[in-house]
Design a protein around this ligand. Sequence first.
Ligand code: SF4
Length: 371
Amino acid sequence: MTWKKHLQENITTAAQLREYRVLTVEEEERMDNILAKYPMRVTRYYMSLVDWEHYEDDPIYRLCVPTISENDLSGSFDTSGEGSNTKLPGLQHKYRETVLVLTTHECAMYCRHCFRKRLVGLEDQRETATDPPAVADYINAHPEVSNVLLSGGDAFLLSNDAIRQYLELLVPISHLDFIRFGTRTPVTFPMRVTEDPELLQILHQFSTKKQIYIVTHFNHPREITEQSTQAVRLLREAGIIVRNQTVLMRSVNDDPQTLAQLMRKLTSIGVVPYYIFQCRPVKGVGTQFQVPLPEGYRIVEKARESLNGPAKSFRFVMSHPTGKIEMIGFIPAGSGSTECQMIFKYNQAKSPENLGRVFFQNIDEGQRWLD
Ligand code: SF4
């Protein structure tokens, strides 16, 4: 079966969920209302990872099936200022040396915590790049750009021809040091890699000319399976460096043991832990998944205690409109106060004068974002 045929078997409706669990008529109606705004798409493979006997408390279930909390409209749809960084349809240029391309609005699975909920799986494709040569022209005209991240959506939902076209256009640009693909397929749909030798051949062919990275997105140790391990192994054999971004999320990975186990398992299969992200205050996402900043800092630091150097090489950051802000320190609240102090550092900055800047901020124990 080809990967596109696999995707046709995805779970996309509340009625289809009945194959896995009992749903009342009211629950089905509520879910249909949510799905009219934010589509569901779950691969059969990912469904097989859910603990269906205890699905209500299952982290894997939380990541793939909507809940009523998605109707909570507090927050924003664009929490890191993507609109203001868009220079061409689908092309964002926020940090001097990096261009980000939204190559598609499609993913193998629509994750419930997605910060691009405003576009993934929806009809409106105005935010998606439609003209790869125009993307290459922009990068050619900006010699300060040293790398490009092809994302989306999920860049591996592009056809092999489209992936080849991007690589043919971008690999010859001499001021690009490397090219990254943002894809969650090794986690949610490893068959995209393991059952498509042509994709691997394309990646291998171009990786001999320019280093290619995959930035993937494992959030829980149970996502590391025989199939995902095989996808990572094949990518590495094709000359690709695989790095991981995790989002810290309530009732998914918000305890030190789970996080530490995830990082250890990642390093054991050859994936470099890169970032742990503070979950963003996205509408329909923030209220159910965000962990307060001080609590999150303590969880991450506790997880680090049991890890070796490579497994704790990640940074705990938030992707803010002003830049990528790392949380580097914490001074506990004095007695009787609910305010601690946290120390932050601009790891990346929209305004160059902020780059590397360290700052202190009073943070309430329940605060989940920097305003
Ligand atoms: S794969 Fe990535 S872009 Fe797609 S829904 Fe999941 S988190 Fe969002």
